[in-house]
Design a protein around this ligand. Structure first.
Ligand SMILES: Nc1nc2c(ncn2[C@@H]2O[C@H](COP(=O)(O)OP(=O)(O)OP(=O)(O)O)[C@@H](O)[C@H]2O)c(=O)[nH]1
Ligand SMILES: [Mg+2]
Length: 330
């Protein structure tokens, strides 16, 4: 589903081959694509779970259930999800012999159920430009995710303007500029040390005046505890609203999937303070703990809009809960 495709025509062959833009008809491709990027988690599960089956069929007793629990928890899916799954297996199969596929199917069902309605589309403005503000802690993957999103939107036929609102480091501006050149989209730059508010003002003004479809704003990494930097985010929002009163249409929080559950839980305060509207979960390719998306979706109460699965421009996908759980526990 490419809900935010501006032009109505289907994606070109090149787009599909690149794997960046998928259509509703390409479900099989998507599941196998998810499977590829979730390889590490999937492998861990497969190897560990297979080890539980030494003989054909395995008796479902408490030892088996506690081994299964330990394996599930290792994917970072969280104790409550693992308990739900183990309880289901106990209810359905206690004191009987089961095959691995039967257990995996329970895992898939429970995970799908829990993630159902946790995905979400990018909210596009009724009247362009759509303003997207991207926030998160240092190094979580903001700038790379912005580049991937800009590339995706550009390939879908949108005119995209980037705003280099991270004026903290000179390298940050350069990094975004290199991406913009590679994507072929425009960018508004600021000097290092300049007020990010002024860069954002110029960018939004240009997006309005020159009828861009989307303006994506990069910001410097910050912690929720850095109150001056959190206030700066508020100021950026006010600057946007001066010209686009209903903006920003999205405030996307970028989380690093490799950071571990605790680090991610700490970002909950950030999300609340910055009034985030959705999550991009970056670096899912780098972890065997892909299950972390489950507690994230629960704890944040925000839709997971995209997952980042590599460092290339095409390595960003919409999060589709069903396809995700099928791939994770295939
Ligand atoms: N493997 C992998 N690496 C990623 C992904 N997203 C980002 N990275 C890498 O993570 C590192 C940090 O990414 P950035 O996009 O610079 O992160 P940032 O949040 O903008 O960082 P600051 O601006 O310093 O706060 C880079 O080396 C990226 O290439 C991903 O989905 N997968
Ligand atoms: Mg950055």
């Amino acid at each position: 589903m490419v809900f935010w495709r501006k032009k109505k025509e289907p994606p070109t062959a090149t787009e599909s081959v690149e794997g960046g833009v998928q259509t509703a008809g390409s479900q099989t491709t998507k599941v196998s694509w998810f499977r590829k990027v979730l390889e590490k988690t999937n492998q861990l599960l497969r190897t560990d779970i297979r080890d539980l089956w030494k003989d054909e069929g395995r008796l479902v007793d408490e030892t088996f259930l506690s081994d299964l629990y330990a394996i599930l928890v290792r994917t970072d899916m969280g104790a409550s999800m693992a308990t739900t799954i183990v309880d289901s297996v106990r209810r359905q199969y206690a004191s009987r012999k089961v095959e691995m596929e039967e257990v995996l199917s329970v895992v898939r069902e429970r995970v799908s159920e829990s993630l159902k309605s946790r995905g979400g589309s990018l909210r596009m403005a009724e009247q362009s430009p759509t303003i997207i503000l991207v926030v998160g802690v240092n190094g979580s993957g903001k700038t790379t995710s912005i580049a991937k999103l800009a590339s995706k939107l550009t390939r879908a036929g949108n005119r995209v303007l980037l705003a280099a609102g991270d004026t903290f480091r000179a390298a940050a501006v350069a990094q975004l500029r290199v991406w913009s050149e590679r994507i072929g989209c425009d960018i508004v730059l600021g000097e290092q040390g300049a007020d990010p508010g002024s860069v954002v003002f110029r960018a939004v003004q240009r997006a309005v005046d020159e009828s861009y479809d989307v303006c994506i704003i990069d910001t410097a990494g910050r912690l929720q505890t850095q109150s001056n930097l959190m206030q700066q985010l508020e100021k950026i929002k006010r600057v946007i609203q001066k010209q686009v009163p209903e903006g920003p249409h999205e405030v996307l929080l970028v989380l690093d999937a490799t950071a571990g559950q605790n680090a991610i839980s700490q970002a909950k305060g950030f999300s609340d303070a910055a009034n985030c509207t959705g999550i991009i979960l970056a670096k899912l390719d780098g972890t065997a703990k892909g299950g972390v998306i489950i507690p994230i979706a629960e704890q944040f109460g925000l839709p997971v809009k995209f997952i980042g699965v590599g460092e290339q421009l095409t390595d960003l996908e919409e999060f589709v809960p069903d396809e995700f759980s099928s791939a994770l526990f295939s």
